[in-house]
Design a binder for this molecule. Sequence first.
Ligand code: PMP
Length: 360
Amino acid sequence: IDNRIFNFNAGPAALPLPVLQEIQSSFLNFDGSGMSIIEISHRSSWFDAVINDAVERTKRLLGLDDGFHVLFVQGGASLQFAMAPMNFLTNGRSADYINTGTWSTKAINEAKILHKNYSVVASSEDKNFSYIPKDISFNKDAAYVHITSNNTIKGTQWHAFPDTNGVPIVADMSSDFMSRPLDMDKFGMVYAGAQKNIGPSGVCMVILKKEMLDLATDEIPTMLRYATYASKNSMYNTPPCFGIYTIQLVLKWLEETVGGLEKMEAHNIAKGKMLYDFINNSDFYRTTAAPDSQSLMNVTFRLPTEELEKTFVEKATARGLGGLKGHRSVGGCRASLYNATTMEAVEALVNFMQTFEREN
Ligand code: PMP
């Protein structure tokens, strides 16, 4: 596969090559059906097997018992910003939010638009969202505490989750879902737009503790109720079949090829260490996130000048290293090292960075 680049995109992002190859090889005739996965009925036994396998693999990978629903929802992670307060902030209940960047801010904004009660109990805005807040005091009677586990734009990540005195955490894990093992005890809900670690865009995975549905109202439109997805195995209407199928294959790769989330985490730590060690030993490049908050998924860094950053991205692209431009709202550079990014890709990046430093 000579014409594929080293892909450091932030999302949609690199997917495991064996998954793409399997999609390609079965695309015209899925599982002997004589039809493509995008031509079969979602009510067929073929698709049932796909969605059920995706759910089972999710449960095994995360060690979930029957106390959780695994759901597939459209509308991206952005719709979850609204669905969470709509469903759970009923009867005047309030939620605590922690603001660690653009995506948290957007989540807070949806609660506001809906005229829900909420408090922002911590924020890292004072230092340009470059760190994860500590020593937070939470409201005992909050319905949930909302966090963004990995901040895709600012390159920060929660390395340990806060003690919320038993209040369930609702976490936007779009950019680090399935990158490490997760102790779901603390969580009432986890959601993740698929297009970073687990699949294509167009589908958002939601892991929901069943008890959370006790808080949920049915006085909202059908498609916005978690209960609709939970009671119909995410097939009240036509689900995003191709996305769910891709997720199923990625989860199979995670289980059978990688060997589970502990192995995945070790691999991600090794990749992140290689890049951070290199940057930390350089006087030319510098990271933007506080050392104790740096993300293993999105490594954000700067060069001495914006001019050099522009040349860096251009030359990298020409050398087959794609997606290194920082988010348009912050500038600089960003290398996203999601699950499917290989050690070989990180080595190629570090080699390029060394050469670029020498030449400039
Ligand atoms: N949350 C995080 C942490 C993200 O990185 C993104 C997308 N970059 C979103 C939410 C928004 O996701 P979507 O485009 O699926 O709505």
